[in-house]
Design a protein around this ligand. Structure first.
Ligand code: ATP
Length: 323
């Protein structure tokens, strides 16, 4: 009997559960034995691997978080650690693995295929949207909805009190959450790691808005840009007349029910992952979405082709609209 294992790894994202459920159901439907691995590569190393029943994956479509739990295991970069983890699959006769996670998790899946012949398929599950080979990652859309809703609410109170509000969002190397969430909520300034900025830029936006009779400002800051409180202080020094506040969204960006779009994306990609394994022609690959069609690339494509500077044009549009 064919055997498949599923794990989630790295930061959690909304829709990981939908992907788990889809992959498990599709594989069970083919008569395969399906296993869950708890806590990603850590569970693979610790032998925390268990057989999934249809009931285990029932009711997961709209649930936030990941039922399989997630963790980080930095030691997975060592070949001997991967060998020990791979052995725990092999001793059960499991030679197929679906990895739901970000580009770090895809590195692990790449090595498991190259070094141990485990037929891996990666499904991009991360709120950051920082993977090449897919237009969107699972969780990004839900996070954008949370962020834009949060900014809109903050805007209401900023307008009433004529304040300048800094809103810090997630995104260490990739500013997509700040950029797209900011545009969706009509932010006035957006600071992302991909684009150089100076405090004078914010000062200018505030001044131009003031000249237009607008006495409130919303500046969205991706966490990778620097310390938001320090940036706010710097602006306060230059413009002491402003009433400035800082609001940090934090971990609620990762939680809650996945949006319908994320559920559909996770479903499409989950089905595609099992189909690829079923055909048996490809492995060590990732699935993604490209103009509404499923795309398939080698796992290494995810990091070798990623450019965090893709969005400069959209950033310019955002700035044009900001005043
Ligand atoms: P996110 O960016 O959304 O948090 P991610 O999958 O990129 O997701 P990472 O923490 O970078 O998150 O990686 C998750 C796990 O993947 C790591 O803890 C480690 O176990 C494994 N991993 C990361 N990089 C490598 C690597 N170079 N080689 C082998 N395994 C890796």
């Amino acid at each position: 009997m064919r055997k498949l294992a599923i794990l989630t790894s790295g930061g959690d994202s909304q829709g990981m559960n939908t992907a788990i459920r889809t992959v498990a159901k599709a594989a069970m439907n083919k008569g395969w034995e399906v296993y869950g691995i708890r806590r990603g590569y850590k569970g693979m190393l610790d032998d925390d691997i268990f057989k999934l029943s249809p009931l285990d994956v029932a009711g997961l479509t709209g649930k936030g978080g990941t039922k399989l739990l997630t963790a980080r295991l930095p030691e997975f970069k060592y070949p001997e650690v991967r060998a020990k983890a791979a052995e725990n699959l092999k001793k059960r006769g499991i030679d197929q693995l679906v990895v739901i996670g970000g580009d770090g998790s895809f590195h692990g899946a790449h090595y498991l295929y190259e070094e141990h012949g485990i037929k891996t398929v990666g499904i991009p599950g991360t709120i950051d949207n920082d993977i090449a080979g897919t237009e969107q990652t699972i969780g990004f859309d839900t996070t954008l909805n949370i962020v834009s809703d949060f900014i809109s609410k903050v805007s209401d109170t900023a307008k009433s009190h004529e304040r300048t509000m800094f809103v810090e969002v997630m995104g260490r190397n990739c500013g997509d959450i700040a950029l797209f969430g900011g545009v969706a909520a009509a932010a006035n300034g957006i600071l992302i790691p991909e684009v150089e900025w100076k405090i004078e830029d914010i000062e200018n936006i505030v001044k131009r808005r003031r000249a237009n009779g607008k006495n409130y400002n919303i500046i969205v800051v991706a966490e990778g840009v620097g310390n938001t409180h320090e940036i706010a202080k710097e602006l306060a020094t230059r413009m002491p007349e402003l009433d400035i506040r800082v609001s940090v969204i934090g971990h609620m960006q990762r939680g809650g029910a996945p949006s319908a779009n994320d559920r559909l994306l996770a479903t499409k990609l989950g089905i595609a992952a099992v189909d690829i394994l079923d055909k048996g022609e490809q492995a060590g690959v990732m699935v993604g979405i490209d103009r509404n069609n499923v795309s398939v690339h080698k796992l290494s494509y995810a990091w070798e082709n990623y450019s965090s500077k893709n969005n400069k044009d959209f950033y310019d549009i955002a700035m044009m609209l900001s005043v």
